[in-house]
Design a binder for this molecule. Structure first.
Ligand code: ATP
Length: 372
């Protein structure tokens, strides 16, 4: 097991800054996720930890010892590529034994180490099978076994589930989370799939264009995004985000949505935060679909809208509600809400929206930073 510290890591490829001044502490035994869109620098970070790429600046420590100068083989960490990438002509036993045979570990020791790993992963009965005769979940265990047999201090996983079908991915997620807990080895997992990160991670580092955007537990990153980028990236359907500016109306403050006649109420508490933290009064309002309360009855103080589209997901409905039009661009102002599946509405029907202030977000439109 190992603690991994990255201090001010920068990695460039020509003019591209793939990783830009990244500092994170990965705790001993942690299931740590690097999450972000394609090209944000996740794989490069992993390769720098493994020693497959050298950083241009910064230091990497494993258990307090600087390893920048060490070759990948001397860092004691195992790279786990895609789970299905086993040698098809070898049995599960030989797949797991492969890294030990490659460095000429004596046969009795190989037998005992493969046996030990198979016992932990509960795959002793599968050792004589070839990958073609294993289920996806079993292949995952064998692939993990192949990494574990070297007794690494940490696992690095680069989108290991990328080529699994949707159902298998879901099963694999819960199984991997369970296994990681059981084995207790520090694991750094790269993915662009926020659901994967939300469902398995102890902590998530969200990256964008090589820069760390936010680091925290899944619920913290989801519920308290520090920036517009994180707010938009986490969650599906994503957070409703809409531009507006603060105006005073009869002693009250409202957020007047840009080029519309729609005003959202702003409480005194929110206004105090805006005055304290925003560079000016141009803001972005955010609310997640599950935090919009849609009602069929007109209720005072609620915002009137009409149903634009209803998408039934079985476990919930996604209701697109139309508030008005941007007079300049002609764009429709739509708030997407997640409702109970039993909530039945028709296209065109009037509805009234309410937001729990606790679950609404305001961002500075220019800096993109959350106003807390
Ligand atoms: P993906 O999910 O697509 O793998 P990523 O977040 O893992 O993306 P990286 O592969 O780390 O991103 O790439 C970060 C940036 O560095 C990208 O702009 C990429 O084009 C660039 N890059 C990565 N490796 C190289 C390389 N060997 N040579 C030149 N540019 C590279």
């Amino acid at each position: 097991m190992a603690k991994i510290d990255l201090e001010h890591i920068t990695k460039r490829f020509g003019n591209v800054v793939a990783v830009n001044d990244l500092t994170v502490e990965i705790h001993d035994g942690e299931f740590f996720f690097l999450l972000g869109p394609s090209g944000c620098g996740k794989t490069t970070t992993l390769r720098v930890i493994a020693g497959l790429d050298r950083s241009d600046e910064g230091a990497i420590f494993i258990d307090g010892r600087q390893v920048n100068h060490l070759q990948p083989a001397d860092r004691d960490i195992a790279f786990v590529f895609q789970f299905y990438a086993l040698y098809p002509h070898l049995t599960a036993y030989d797949n797991i034994a492969f890294p030990l045979k490659a460095v000429k570990v004596p046969k009795p020791e190989i037998q005992s180490r493969v046996g030990e790993v198979a016992l932990t992963l509960q795959i002793e009965h599968l050792l004589n099978r070839k990958p073609g005769n294993l289920s996806g979940g079993e292949m995952q265990r064998v692939a993990l076994g192949r990494a574990m047999v070297r007794r690494p201090r940490a696992f690095l996983m680069d989108e290991p589930m990328a080529n699994l079908d949707a159902k298998l991915r879901v099963d694999t997620r819960s199984e991997l989370k369970h296994l990681q807990r059981e084995i207790g080895t520090t694991t750094v997992f790269v993915t662009h799939d926020q659901v994967e990160a939300m469902s398995m991670a102890d902590r998530i580092a969200v990256m964008h264009e090589g820069v760390l955007q936010q680091l925290g537990a899944p619920q913290e990153v989801y519920n308290q995004p520090k920036s517009l980028f994180v707010a938009e990236f986490m969650g599906s359907p994503s957070m409703n985000l809409i531009d507006g500016e603060i105006q005073s109306q009869g002693g009250e403050f409202i957020l007047q949505l840009t080029h519309t006649d729609i005003g959202l109420p702003i409480s005194g508490k929110q206004m105090a935060r805006v005055q304290r933290e925003a560079a000016n009064n141009k803001l972005v309002f955010g609310v997640r679909p599950e935090h919009i309360v849609v009602s069929k009855e007109p209720i005072n103080g609620r915002i009137q809208a009409s149903v634009h589209l209803v998408e039934s997901l079985g476990s919930a409905n996604i209701v697109d509600t139309f508030l008005g039009e941007n007079s300049e661009t002609g764009n429709l102002i739509i708030f997407r809400a997640r409702t109970h599946p039993a909530f039945q509405v028709e296209t065109g029907q009037s509805v009234w929206l309410d937001f729990d202030e606790q679950h609404t977000h305001l961002f500075d439109r220019y800096t993109g930073k959350a106003i807390r």
